[in-house]
Every structure is written in structure tokens, then in C-alpha cells.
Design a protein around this ligand. Sequence first.
Ligand SMILES: Nc1ncnc2c1ncn2[C@@H]1O[C@H](COP(=O)(O)OP(=O)(O)OP(=O)(O)O)[C@@H](O)[C@H]1O
Length: 251
Amino acid sequence: MTEFGEAKLQVRGVDKYFDRFHVLAAIDLHLEANEFVSIVGASGCGKSTLLNIIAGLTPPSTGEVLVDGHIVRGPGSDRGMIFQNYSLFPWLSVADNIAFGLKLKGVSRSRQKEKIAYYLEVVGLSQFANAYPKQLSGGMKQRVAIARALANEPEVLLMDEPFGALDAQTREQMQLFLLNLWEQTHTTILTITHDVEEAIFLSQRIYIMSAHPGRIKAEIRVDLDRDRDLETKLTPKFIEIQRQVLHQLRQ
Ligand SMILES: Nc1ncnc2c1ncn2[C@@H]1O[C@H](COP(=O)(O)OP(=O)(O)OP(=O)(O)O)[C@@H](O)[C@H]1O
């Protein structure tokens, strides 16, 4: 239980060793339902390892991860994962990529069609249902990956540097897109990034990690209105939060 009641996602006392190499130490964090939280930290501090543990792809050495109070014991449809490199199936159309998890779950064909149409609309790609990944730009591929994850209706969406492979302008468009999507769908989202500006722009809270071994060294609440646009990045409040985060990272 947290001060807000039962958290949507909880990481409790997680340590991770690869052989004798201590990658993560005493990680505690939580996400409330509908929260957008980011983890920032330098390259190599263990962010991806932590996200993989939450996704159930890597077991923790000690500690546990809980979703809605249930211990995570492996990958599950309650957690959707978005990787930096899109990870779409190149031989499947956009619609079939989105339907992939639904087919595995035995969702009826008519329900699959409804969901494909709905999530293509949500990510603004309705006219690309029959296109193949190689015909899409990087930003579009990532929107398909997000639609595919959302179609499974996960309790938590986990994103590993989701816009890391995109150019600066597309990256800003995708930030706006993701913020808008979060407002529409009320999904609980956890991202990891080393882009401080992106973390502040998107999140309600930020965990800052230090390295060797990776620890949560600070938590910063992003006290900005939910209604944000690119101009928000130029406001004194935004810049002050950026200063606080950078200060923690450099200490
Ligand atoms: N399977 C593994 N076996 C051994 N060491 C690993 C393994 N996976 C990660 N590591 C090591 O753990 C440390 C943390 O790696 P991780 O990828 O989690 O960091 P990161 O913060 O996500 O880095 P980046 O931002 O560069 O992706 C690194 O030193 C890495 O070499």
C-alpha cells in the first residue's frame, strides 16, 4: 500500500546481479493508476534492466514487482512493452501487427476488426491498415507499435527509450502525440529515457537513477498543468524543474 492506496505498479526491494556484477540495488518505486512516470539516468545505470524486470523478461535477484497487487512471474498481457527499435513484424501488415496479440488471446475476428479500426484511429493511421512496416516512417512505425500494445489493453504501458531512434523534430511530434494519447486513454505509463526535457514534458513524476550499482536517488514531482504544449518547455517553471533534475543527475 502507498499513501494513495494500492498502487497499479510496485517495485519492492529489487536487486539485480549479472554473475557478480551488481547492476541494481534496493529499487523501490510505484505508479498510481493513470500516472505517467519516467525514469532518467545515465547510460549504463541499469534502466533497461529495471524495465525488463518489470516486464517479466528478466527475473530480479531479490525483491518483487507487483501489478494490481499480483506478483509478476514472467511476461504478461497486463504489461505492454514498447522498444526503441519498433519491433514490428516486417512480414505482417499494420492491421495484422496490431491484431497479433489479439489472435494469440483468441479474440473473435469481428472484435479484432473493431479493435484494429479503433486503435488505428487513436494513433491517426487509419489509412495505413494495409501498409507494411517498411513503407512507414520511424514515427509511424512507433505509433503502430503503440497501437499494438494498447490493443491488448495492458494495465501498464512500459516504454524503453521509445523515441530514441527518431530525429529531433519527429521526436517532439511524438511527444505531443503520446501526451494526447495518454489524455485520451488514461493508460498508466512508465518510460525510461536519458532525455531530461522529454521526461519532464511527458511525466507527472520522475525517478532519477544513479549508477554502479543503479539506485533510485531522487524523485521529482513535475508540477506543471496537464495541458502542455511545446511552448511549455520554455516556461520558467519547466526550466526550474529541468535545473533540479540535472542537478540531481550531476551530483
Ligand atoms: N544480460 C546481461 N549480462 C551481463 N551484464 C548485463 C546484461 N544486461 C545488462 N548488463 C550490464 O548492466 C549494466 C546496465 O545495463 P542497462 O542496459 O540496463 O543500462 P541502461 O541504463 O539501460 O543503459 P542505456 O541507457 O545505455 O541503454 C551495463 O553495465 C550492462 O553492460
